[in-house]
Design a protein around this ligand. Sequence first.
Ligand SMILES: [Mg+2]
Length: 302
Amino acid sequence: MRVSGGRLREPKAEEFVEGPGAPEIPCAHRHRVDRHARWCTPAYRQDFSRRRGGPAGPNSRSASSFRRTLERPWRRSLRRKYRALLLDVYGTLVHEDDDILRPICEQVAELGGVEAGAVAHEWWRLFREATVAAYGDAFRLQRDLSQDTLAETMRLFGVHGDAVALCREQVNFWRFPPIFEDTPPFLEEVRVPVCIVSNIDRHDLESAMAHHGMVVQAVVTSEDARAYKPRPEPFARALSALGLRPEDVLHVGDSPSADVGGAGALGIDTAWINRSGRRPPEGCRPTITVSSLRELLLRLRG
Ligand SMILES: [Mg+2]
């Protein structure tokens, strides 16, 4: 990453030069030259390859991954590139339910005499497995999956209790989530059609959207598609609703697997909203990464 105008940015492909005879770098500031020089050293390139998990070398898999990284289209202006946006909701437009899940896990942990982290880990594992299996005729609503997997988690830790009652706050949260402050101006100022693509039950999403007065051109929930992201059905349904091709749209979301992985697998460009500055997990390769919708709006405007 390089500092440019107070922001971090990836170096341009043509700036990756190495060895003696490399052209002089036309940088105005010394610290920028230093950063550039560090990127250009063979040692740094090898370290980059090693961290990507493969042997270093010009023809190695990690080296080709490195080249692909340089060739990503996000260096071009995004302006006029996309005819519509697909938008995730929880964690992207409104807050995730993390603050609600914590006390639920703490209650179960106290009754079971275990750490809350262990409860959270097990519940999440079971919930993910359940969403992966729930598609087509086997589809089940998210609220049912959440309650059932919490009940199973409680059984695993020998805890007796009412999982449905414990999940009530979570469902309430889904219906009335707090909104990120940059969401209203983003939705107001974005100049292309928007289609919501969310892993949520339709009834809960409609409540959340009405609560915040959100108006978009199309909405696709997992309930509509009978499948959860990262499966292709929700994205395919969104494209069909818009009458567009994968290359016409940008999918925006906070989940490296459900959003970046799911949309990317269909050839859809992706914008990863990384509001908390997380390190991208291995294999997460969004077209662009932004820290907020405000930054995304600036990038879309070019
Ligand atoms: Mg999300």
